[in-house]
Design a protein around this ligand. Structure first.
Ligand code: HEC
Ligand code: HEC
Length: 146
């Protein structure tokens, strides 16, 4: 009887632990610690494509030796700030519930602004937004007669 009890307690704690964390990530500050491996991988691909870069833009490595948990590269911290901003935009301004929404339902992601560039580009020359001269009124007081 005691043995069964012990066994079930052990099983439960293993299940609980697995449920809490199904990955071996070491340094997450924006994602919840239990973010599924699959979701993180998908996002890392999106980050890279959205900015037109490879993993090494944000992650420290020496040759083939990658240290994904390291914060040595400043772009990783930039990206964390961008993740927080993008989450806020989706949540506050587009009413998304980040716990339940599918990626494809979210209004904003990195690509929305970056369009394949490290820094979002504003094509001022093609936008053709030269300010038009403001017409100067001949009678600034209009119909009001003194
Ligand atoms: C634009 C920057 C950027 C790019 C590009 C990028 N990552 Fe990341 N990556 C991050 C950030 C930021 C985190 C940490 C997220 C957090 O703190 O919750 C992270 C975390 C990770 C982690 C978890 C590390 C740990 O143990 O804590 C792995 C693994 C990872 N990235 C793999 C990749 C791979 C593989 C690629 C290329 C396909 C890639 N990343 C491209 C920004 C980037
Ligand atoms: C609302 C628009 C917007 C969204 C969404 C956005 N970014 Fe940015 N990002 C910018 C702007 C604008 C800059 C340039 C900031 C500056 O001039 O300092 C920038 C700069 C960056 C930089 C620094 C690049 C460099 O060379 O210094 C990184 C890294 C970055 N973003 C990653 C991301 C990632 C990853 C995401 C998605 C999680 C994302 N951004 C989503 C607008 C956005």
């Amino acid at each position: 009887m005691i043995l069964t009890l012990l066994l079930s307690v052990t099983t439960f704690s293993i299940v609980a632990r697995n449920k809490r964390k199904d990955n071996d990530f070491k340094n997450l500050k924006v994602y919840p610690v239990d973010v599924p491996h699959e979701k993180l991988d998908r996002d890392m691909d999106l980050f890279s494509r959205a900015l037109g870069v490879d993993c090494g833009f944000c992650h420290y490595h020496e040759g083939d030796n990658w240290d994904f948990a390291s914060d040595k590269k400043g772009h990783k911290e930039d990206a964390r700030r961008m993740m927080r901003m993008t989450n806020d935009l989706n949540e506050k301004y587009f009413g998304a519930n980040l716990k339940t929404a599918k990626d494809s339902d979210l209004a904003m992601n990195c690509y929305t602004c970056h369009r394949g560039e490290e820094m979002p580009i504003i094509p001022w020359d093609t936008l053709n937004v030269k300010p038009k001269p403001i017409p100067v009124p001949t009678n600034p007081w209009g119909n009001y007669k003194q």
